[in-house]
Design a protein. Structure first.
Length: 338
């Protein structure tokens, strides 16, 4: 991967945009109840998804504006065929210095050697419980063993793993301590995420008073592991990181619903349909697919991106207020890439 150039894309609040979260599909092979209904969501017809060629072009344009990191998301990225060859091509784009992905781990294990060969240094693995019965209840699929195969395969290949666990009142709070205990012997980051309202209408939106907010999560962990030592935050961090004496890994807490980290957000989100989201909580306005298929030149795309981020909300609360009718039930996380 080739060295980056200084960021040339800033939002209206002076934040540089250097990190692209690119959803390669809206499809997923799990049915997590906090993300979608049991029957799934209505998937976008294939021809309405960006092609790999269109994605490569957009990544190249954004790299020229200072984007240096690309994270592939979904849905589940490995549901889409030919993902690894696509990643190989992305890794050759000038300016892209870091390429990684977020996965649920069900289909990932066979691809670990290829990821290591590509130079992928870290992978985010979604894992809300280590209990097989609860895993099946939460995801509506009995796939925990395959996910664990992926976890240990990634570690054996020297790829750092960040485990992402959504904390849900009455569903998996008993799993916080067993998940956190993985850091005793494994060099992993275990990160606990406040539940968000992106459930595709599968259940009521997140309540205004969140039972398991970031402060309560920390207090609960400290009751079992003693004082957590905070690590200095880096620009763009969404997680507050902590170390525990004698542990090989780290703990993290992501205040995704409380939105305490918006001030340094450096992310661009691009859905599988080509819609730019300037914030996870916004409705999405810029349609890059329409621009590309309408024959727009690269400079027109660059200008559209600058314009979109010129009107970016200051934080997730402002972005939520801008949504039509202030919607209380949001789209599925599977459609927007997280």
């Amino acid at each position: 991967m080739i060295d980056t150039v200084p960021s040339a894309l800033f939002d209206s609040h002076g934040r540089p945009l250097e990190y692209l979260r690119l959803a390669v599909t809206d499809r997923c092979n799990l049915r997590c109840f906090y993300c979608m209904p049991a029957e799934g969501i209505e998937y976008v017809p294939k021809q309405q998804l960006l092609s790999y060629e269109e994605m490569e072009r957009l990544v190249g344009i954004m790299a020229g504006l200072g984007v240096r990191k690309v994270r592939l998301t979904g849905g589940e990225p490995f549901v889409r065929r030919e993902l690894v060859p696509f990643m190989e091509r992305l890794s050759l784009i000038p300016g892209i210095t870091e390429l990684t992905l977020t996965t649920n781990g069900v289909l990932t294990a066979p691809h670990v050697p290829a990821l290591a060969r590509l130079g992928v240094r870290a992978v985010n693995l979604s894992l809300d419980t280590l209990d097989r019965a609860r895993f099946e209840r939460i995801t509506r699929r009995d796939e925990l063993l395959r996910v664990l195969d992926t976890l240990y395969g990634l570690l054996a290949a020297g790829i750092r793993v960040k485990i992402n666990a959504v904390v849900m009142d009455g569903q998996n709070t008993e799993d916080l301590v067993p998940l956190a205990a993985l850091t005793r012997t494994l060099p992993v980051d275990v990160r606990f995420i406040e539940e968000m309202p992106f459930n595709g209408g599968s259940h009521e939106a997140t309540p205004a008073t969140l039972p398991w907010h970031h402060r309560r999560i920390r207090e609960h962990l400290e009751q079992h592991f003693g004082a957590l030592r905070p690590e200095p935050a880096r620009p763009g961090d969404t997680a507050s990181h902590y170390t525990v004496a004698g542990h090989a890994g780290r703990l993290g807490i992501i205040a995704a619903y409380s939105r305490t980290f918006c001030g340094s957000c450096n992310r661009i989100r691009l859905t599988a349909e080509g819609a730019v989201k300037t914030c996870l909580y916004d409705q999405g306005g810029l349609d890059l697919r329409a621009l590309l298929r309408g024959g727009a030149a690269d400079e027109e795309v660059r200008a559209a991106l600058r314009q979109a981020f010129y009107h970016r909300a200051a934080n997730g609360f402002e972005a939520e207020q801008r949504r039509p009718l202030h919607q209380l039930s949001f789209e599925s996380m599977s459609t927007i890439g997280g």
